[in-house]
Structure formats: C-alpha cells, structure tokens
Write a protein that binds this ligand. Structure first.
Ligand SMILES: C[S@@+](CC[C@H](N)C(=O)[O-])C[C@H]1O[C@@H](n2cnc3c(N)ncnc32)[C@H](O)[C@@H]1O
Length: 258
C-alpha cells in the first residue's frame, strides 16, 4: 500500500485520562504499518536488510519463521524475494498472539498475491509454536515484549529448531550501559519521532503505556543471551542510537567477535 494511503497512527493523539499498558489490539493493528514506519528508526531499511539476509541464508526445503509477524511486512518482502529468485521449495510461518494483527497480515498477503499454499499465519503464543527444519528465524522488535525471565527459554527453543548454518535475525530497542548515553540516545530518538509528526502528548502517553511492557536489554545483555543459548557467531548488522539488529548463526566452527 502506498504510504499516503496507509491509515495514520493517532492512537495516543488525544488526551487519555488513564493510560493502560500498551496492547497490540485492533486499534493498533489497523495503523501498525504507519506506527512502525514513524516510530522505529530506519524500519524500511532494516526490513530490506532482513529480507536480503534471509534470502542469502535460506536453505532449499526449509521453513522461514517470523515470530511476532504483526502485519506480515517482513513475510511479504521475503515471499516476493523468493518468487523473484524462482525459489519454490519453502514454507513460511508467521506467528502472532494478536488476532487483529493476524487478520491484517492475511489481508496484506492476499493483496500482494502471495503463495498462500506455502505461507501460514498462526494466531498463538510464541512459546507454543514448534520450530522445526528452520534455516531462518526472524524476530523483529518482539523479544523486547517477552518477559525477561522467559527470554532464554525462547531463544534456546529457536536454536534447537534451526538447521546447521541457520540464522536468527533479531532487532530490538536497546539500553545503553551509561545513563548519560541512554538519556542522549533517547532524546535523539524522541527528536526523530517529532520530525516524523508525533506530538509531545503522543510521545509521552505512548512512553507511559510502554512502561514495563517493552523491557529493553543492553546490547551486551542481548549478545550474552544469544551466546548462552548456543549461537556461535553473533554480529550486529544495523544500529542507530537505541536500536540494534543482530544476526546469530548456528555454527560450530566459527567464533564471532562481538
Ligand atoms: C513490535 S511488533 C513486531 C513487528 C514486526 N515483527 C515487524 O517487523 O513489523 C510485536 C509483535 O509481537 C507480538 N507478540 C508479542 N508477544 C507475543 C507472544 N508472546 N507470542 C506471540 N506474539 C507476540 C505482538 O502481538 C506484535 O504483533
């Protein structure tokens, strides 16, 4: 859909008396594409990088998983990429606990004429999703919403379901190790949101709604988590202030440098 036709995110535009914890409900799902593009720095660029890496590491006959697939933006780009490369021996599974997001995903995939014999969007919890025969697992901006006490279990589960040389591509908001740096990075981030058309009210109300719902790790904690769960090669492929993306490879013969 062209940018100017996308429904605009006005979820926090009006003054809200009691701010409730943020949810991926119907109101959010309907405007999610606009929200993501205006709230996540370089969202479209990261999507392109994720697609390119996914196509590079994809192994014939395997499954690509997108955990927290939201409106299937990533799945749409990857399915288009596979078609462009004449690759037909694949499966794609998108999993999301929000029914509204799954509906938006189905609509988007149908609108681009994606091969629905090979793609399945499932409404459910990531912890209940078997991961089998995977060469690529994507988890963009979703781990940050998972209870920190359960993150290790989830990443171990992903590692187990990956083939040798399979990858986990993961993006998250991050904390900095120094409080001054954290403050300065967050200020730059809010500046970007202002430039993208969000008001002070929208920025502050959303911040309050996300409190204790989005729990970021530092880059060091994220990398330690991936390594502890078995990933032998961990590298960052994108970073902008308090956002970073990582590629984690299941490989026994190489040690990364991060
Ligand atoms: C920020 S969005 C992900 C954005 C998406 N990956 C993209 O790149 O456009 C986080 C998604 O994770 C889903 N989610 C959060 N916790 C989940 C869980 N435990 N199981 C399944 N889905 C979950 C939410 O419903 C939401 O759609």
């Amino acid at each position: 859909m062209k940018d100017e036709l996308k429904p605009k995110d006005k979820v926090f535009a009006e003054n809200i008396q009691t701010i409730r914890p943020f949810e991926f409900n119907e109101n959010v799902a309907h405007v999610f594409d606009d929200m993501a593009e205006r709230s996540i720095p370089f969202y479209k660029e990261v999507q392109k990088m994720v697609t390119s890496l996914a196509l590079t590491y994809f192994q014939e006959g395997s499954t690509i998983y997108d955990l927290g697939s939201s409106t299937a933006t990533t799945i749409s780009l990857i399915s288009q990429g596979l078609k462009d490369h004449n690759i037909s021996d694949y499966k794609i599974r998108g999993i999301d606990s929000s029914e509204a997001m799954c509906r938006e995903a189905e609509t988007k995939l149908k609108s681009i004429d994606a091969d629905m014999d090979k793609i399945r969007i499932e409404e459910g919890d990531l912890f209940d999703c078997p991961i089998e025969n995977a060469s690529v697992v994507i988890m963009n901006y979703t781990l940050q919403f998972i209870d920190p006490l359960k993150r290790e279990k989830l990443v171990q589960h992903i590692y187990k379901g990956l083939r040798h040389n399979g990858i986990l591509l993961i993006s998250d908001k991050t904390l900095q190790s120094n409080t001054d740096t954290s403050r300065i990075f967050i200020e730059n981030y809010y500046d970007k949101k202002r430039k993208n058309g969000y008001s002070e009210l929208e920025i502050s109300q959303k911040r309050e709604a996300l409190e204790n719902v989005l729990v970021p790790y530092s880059v060091r904690e994220e990398v330690a988590l991936f390594r502890n769960c078995g990933f032998e090669a961990v590298d960052m492929f994108f970073t902008w202030y308090n956002f970073s993306s990582f590629i984690c490879i299941k490989k026994n013969d190489q040690v990364g440098d991060l």
